[in-house]
Write a protein that binds this ligand. Structure first.
Ligand code: NDP
Length: 302
């Protein structure tokens, strides 16, 4: 029997709807500062979507666009200025930063946890490790919300997270651990990735490699969370991955590109019990959780 798709769009809409009365109850609208360095096209799209989500909900957003050749020191000065402004509830620095910027220093800076809306700073990460309240990284927090709202049990299950980035893999593994899963983290040096993955009742792929996870990695009946978002333009690859999906092939023929996750779509649908489609699974939740974090910080500040 084919797996059931987990509808990230529907859950994201629920989360956003639930935020509306909380925003209305605040003395002033929550305020989010978004810093976008340079003109990376993908980052521009992410920022545009985040600002639109703020606008739709009545969250005040401010966009700061330092030029792409800014130094780390100047960027930190801009962030210091924002951090002093008490009318701002959350500060977000859009990743990835240009190569001359010391990303680690920037990530450690935005880090008064009461403004760290992305939950990336070391204090927020420490709070997560200790399972204490604090802002949580939006993508893994969105995955947890999705599992919760579909009543998918986690306690006692074996979860395998492929990927160990600070923004997805590591916090994802910790959140699953705090929900009492037994957790294995895999990465590029893992030997026998397929064997490790086949032990998973819940398999999370956060790798950034199109369709790396195939049938040989999947235990039949597993819950599969595909965080990956990879844009494909090669017709041969698209046809081999989506031969079963006429709608997708037609849309690729029209636009010349399509998105695929880190899990091959056909085995994911055929072998899982539940799975997140790409697009429409994890993606919409990231922005919803960003809005939820902003509102939560505003509630604390006001
Ligand atoms: P990173 O590149 O920071 O991390 C990728 C991780 O995958 C690393 O830990 C790396 O291991 C591991 N990895 C790479 N190749 C392999 C391999 N062959 N076998 C096993 N592990 C491997 O990526 P992110 O965590 O930032 O993002 C992961 C994916 O999620 C991307 O596709 C990204 O676009 C997507 N994403 C989606 C979001 C959404 O809203 N849906 C939000 C954020 C990200 P190592 O550490 O050893 O190098």
């Amino acid at each position: 029997m084919a797996g059931v798709p987990l509808d990230g769009k529907k859950i994201s809409a629920q989360i956003l709807e639930e935020l509306k009365p909380r925003i209305a109850a605040l003395p002033r609208p929550p305020a989010l500062a978004v810093v976008l360095v340079g003109d990376n096209p993908a980052s521009q799209i992410y920022v545009r979507n985040k600002i639109k989500a703020c606008h739709d909900l009545g969250i005040r957003s401010m966009e700061f666009r330092p030029s792409g050749d800014i130094s780390t020191e100047c960027l930190l000065e801009t962030l210091s200025g924002l951090a002093r402004d008490r009318s701002i509830d959350g500060i977000l620095v859009q990743m990835a930063l240009p190569p001359q910027i010391d990303t680690e220093r920037v990530m450690s800076f935005v880090v008064d946890p009461s403004r760290d809306v992305d939950g990336f700073g070391p204090t927020s990460l420490g709070l997560l490790v200790a399972n204490k309240p604090g802002p949580r990284a939006c993508t893994p927090a969105g995955v947890m919300e999705l599992l919760k709202r579909y009543n998918i049990p986690i306690a006692g299950k074996h979860a395998v997270v492929v990927g160990r980035s600070d923004i997805v893999g590591k916090p994802m593994a910790l959140m699953l651990l705090h929900a009492n899963a037994t957790v294995t983290i895999c990465h590029s040096r893992t030997r026998n990735l397929a064997e490790e993955c086949r032990r998973a009742d819940i398999l999370v792929a956060a790798i950034g490699q199109p369709a790396l996870i195939t049938a040989e990695h999947i235990k039949p009946g597993a819950v599969i969370i595909d965080v990956g978002m990879n844009r494909l333009t090669d017709a041969t690859i698209v046809e081999s991955l989506f031969e079963h999906d006429d709608f997708r092939l037609a849309s690729f023929a029209k636009t010349g590109s399509t998105l695929v996750g880190d899990v091959a779509p056909l085995p994911m649908q055929a072998l899982s019990s539940f799975y997140t489609p790409v697009p429409g699974g994890v993606g919409p939740l990231t922005i919803a959780m960003l809005m939820a974090n902003t509102v939560q910080l505003a509630e604390q500040h006001q």
